[in-house]
Design a binder for this molecule. Structure first.
Ligand SMILES: [Zn+2]
Length: 731
């Protein structure tokens, strides 16, 4: 997942998704008591290495004054542009807009990563205050008629005005974003669009905060004797978690995925698995003050209403109009194509596990809380492989080296750790990235360990995007993950899934770091969200390659490389349980699409619980595999930028599977010519072209779906050697 959308939305680049009302609700209560020099956001140039974010000096009390002044300045800049007497041209209108709002960008990119990576009550309070005000601010700009008239004039003369290809593309994107934000609507419609946007900003903030509270508040405190089957590293992190919560000597299982998921995989206590699983799938759905169902109903209705105002039948039609898929039908067709073989495979997997239960003398039917446990047993039996045996070969530090090695082989980058760049938490690490010629490329931050106050999952976001139209600005990006911390003095290891997620997030980071454009609104990850996962998921293919495993999968205690036999079994096992992984993912994808293909009339007053139930019945989902994210904790869709877009991961997987084949066909997974094209058109290309054009420029043809089906083991001849496609932790 990328969260760049949060920061970039501060510029005009991504206004389309979050419009809001007039100036009226944006009080300019800038604190005059705040001495300007005391607030680091007010400084033009930071005296840090690479002018990096001065996290050591940023205090919570700096955010609100910086937001206030940032909005005031941005608005003044924009009003000056709108009021210009000079005829509109690219430089005085579009380039001027690209230049505007720098302070707001600085504070926003710091703040909106902190809200997810290192939150607290104080941060949450500021977030609740700022979300609707930011929406209002963006709307004041997007719905300014004089400004839109200038943007439109530049857009209409783009081919005759002597603009270069990038400038024409930027002008087209601006015109589209303004139009999609409602700039061409009537005054009355614009007012309503504003109200909707502002209300939705509040609702999605509430959704995220409810979810975080619900997740953090549940804990299962266990004794050593309750931990039958639990491997040592998980025990150690459960012990550390209990200690952090003031229960030294106990073991804490939480609802964070890296805690609960391995517990469900290994715990031999069926009763405890049931308790943990039941709480896990009920996050946000407990009919208490943190219940997210009423919020969902309101968001769904508002989105449908907004789509209707924009002239679309549904939110999905509106949203997908500016994606690679273009229509809900195209996205649904792909989902359906994969769903049928996946569901059939999942049912076979269920039969295998039920047979194992019978063999062991069990007299119960397999339930949701049993799936991971018995899947692991079948995996061991069939492939003679256990996740824990493998884990001993995946040290966090070695996996960092491995991902940097792959980035080096493909794109000529080197990573050198720096200890002089300020960070927002002591466990965050920073690397300077350079190219083959030794030239500075950017900074890469890594925030890997789970802790309270951090949202679940994994993501990348940018503190600074690449641009060069006013002089070279180098990118600074961060990867955030939730790896359980190793106890003091022990080497941190990661599961294969977490290692895969590291490669995934590095792929997003490289998309930001390698960006090679002039204008920031088309830089790096500012691309269609069904394309943005492609460069991330592409990197996942490299983890389980012999070239990588031989060098970096070394044993924690012996230091020996992973034996060849284990490597081969590991790779063969990758297609295992793909029925389950695909079904749980697609169940979420279908429910997302169902909520968002409702018309404005049908979306009024829905009952979220029964809507979800019916949507699952419609596709024939099985109760043992619940949605990967049930609606009340589906943050991608109700607190992030993935509404009517969860399918994007699958869509991008078509591209990454087909794209990795481009390397395999040459017999060299680091083939320099293919890598050069991939870099030029995908990783460095930002939003310079439409996504299909960019893909074809790299690949020489449009992608086919067969490589994806083969990698997931859904094609008849796929037993031979599937590419590694472990389940994506972040999705
Ligand atoms: Zn991603």
């Amino acid at each position: 997942m990328t969260k760049t959308s949060l920061a970039v939305a501060l510029s005009l680049a991504l206004l389309a998704i979050a419009p809001s009302p007039t100036l009226a609700s944006a009080p300019a209560n800038t604190s005059s008591a705040e001495a300007p020099q005391a607030n680091p956001f007010f400084e033009q140039n930071w005296a840090t290495p690479f002018a990096a974010m001065p996290f050591d000096r940023i205090r919570n009390e700096h955010f609100v004054p910086a937001f206030n002044r940032g909005m005031t300045e941005h608005l003044a800049e924009v009003e000056n542009i709108a009021a210009l007497k000079e005829a509109p041209n690219f430089e005085n209108t579009i380039a001027a807009l690209e230049r505007a709002g720098r302070l707001l960008d600085r504070v926003g990119s710091a703040f909106f990563n902190i809200t997810s990576a290192n939150s607290s009550d104080a941060i949450r309070a500021i977030q609740s205050e700022m979300a609707p005000r930011m929406a209002a601010h963006q709307n004041a700009i997007a719905l300014n008629p004089a400004l839109f008239a200038r943007v439109k004039a530049v857009y209409e003369s783009r081919e005759s005005a002597g603009l270069n290809a990038e400038q024409q593309r930027v002008a087209e994107r601006y015109h589209l974003q303004f139009t999609r934000a409602g700039a061409a609507l009537t005054a009355e419609q614009r007012l309503r669009m504003g109200q909707i946007g502002e209300r939705m900003a509040t609702l999605s903030t509430q959704f995220q905060q409810n979810l975080m509270k619900d997740t953090d508040s549940w804990v299962m405190l266990l004794d050593d004797s309750d931990l039958v089957g639990i491997p040592a590293p998980l025990k150690a992190s459960a012990s550390a978690e209990a200690k952090a919560r003031g229960h030294e000597g106990k073991f804490a299982i939480t609802l964070q995925r890296p805690s609960v998921e391995p517990f469900l995989t290994f715990s031999q206590r069926r009763d405890l698995r049931e308790q943990a699983w039941t709480a896990w799938i009920a996050r946000g759905d407990n009919n208490d003050s943190e219940d997210n169902k009423p919020i969902i109903a309101e968001i769904v209705a508002l989105r449908a209403e907004r789509a209707e105002i924009m002239g679309y039948d549904s939110h999905a039609e509106f949203t997908l109009d500016d994606t690679m898929a273009q229509t809900p039908e195209a996205a649904l067709a792909l989902m359906q194509r994969v769903w049928v073989p996946a569901l059939a495979r999942a049912k076979e997997e269920r039969v295998d596990m039920q047979a194992l239960i019978a063999t062991e003398g069990g007299d119960y039917a397999l339930q949701g809380w049993d799936w991971r446990f018995y899947a692991e047993k079948v995996r061991k039996q069939r492939f003679d492989i256990s996740q824990e045996e493998v884990r001993a070969y995946f040290q966090l530090d070695q996996m960092l080296k491995a991902q940097f090695y792959v980035a080096g082989r493909l794109f000529g980058l080197t990573f050198a750790e720096r200890n002089d760049v300020p960070v927002y938490h002591p466990s965050v690490r920073v690397w300077e990235v350079k190219d083959t010629a030794g030239k500075h490329v950017g900074l890469f931050y890594g925030d890997y360990f789970a802790r309270q106050g951090k949202s679940g999952g994994a993501w990348m976001s940018a503190y600074r995007s690449q641009e060069r139209f006013d002089g070279e600005v180098t990118p600074q990006v961060v990867n955030v993950m939730n790896i359980p911390a190793a106890p003091e003095g022990q080497i941190a290891t990661v599961s294969v899934d977490d290692a895969t997620t590291m490669f995934h997030e590095l792929g997003h980071a490289l998309h930001g770091l390698l960006s090679n454009v002039s204008y920031p609104s088309v830089a790096g990850t500012s691309v269609s969200r069904d394309f943005v996962e492609f460069p991330a998921q592409f990197m996942e293919h490299y983890l389980l390659q012999p070239e990588v495993l031989n060098r970096f999968a070394t044993h924690t205690t012996t230091g020996a490389s992973m034996p060849l036999g284990l490597q081969q079994r590991l790779i063969r096992a990758q297609a295992f349980n793909q029925g389950f992984a695909t079904v749980e993912f697609l169940a979420s994808g279908f429910v997302d699409m169902d909520f968002h293909t409702l018309t404005a009339d049908d979306a009024k007053g829905i009952d979220v619980a029964s809507f979800e139930k019916q949507a699952l019945e419609k596709i024939g989902a099985i109760p043992e595999i619940p949605m990967r994210h049930r609606s009340p904790h589906f943050a991608h869709v109700f607190a992030g930028g993935y509404s009517a877009g969860y399918y994007s991961y699958l869509w991008s997987e078509v591209l990454d599977s087909d794209g990795f084949d481009a390397f395999k066909e040459t017999g060299d997974i680091f083939n320099p010519e293919v890598a050069a094209r991939l870099k030029k058109y995908v990783y460095a290309g930002g939003n310079l072209q439409a996504p299909m054009q960019a893909y074809v420029a790299f690949r020489g043809k449009e992608p086919g779906v067969e490589p994806l089906l083969r990698n997931r083991g859904f094609l008849a001849d796929s037993d031979a050697s599937p590419d590694p496609v472990p389940a994506d932790e972040e999705t």
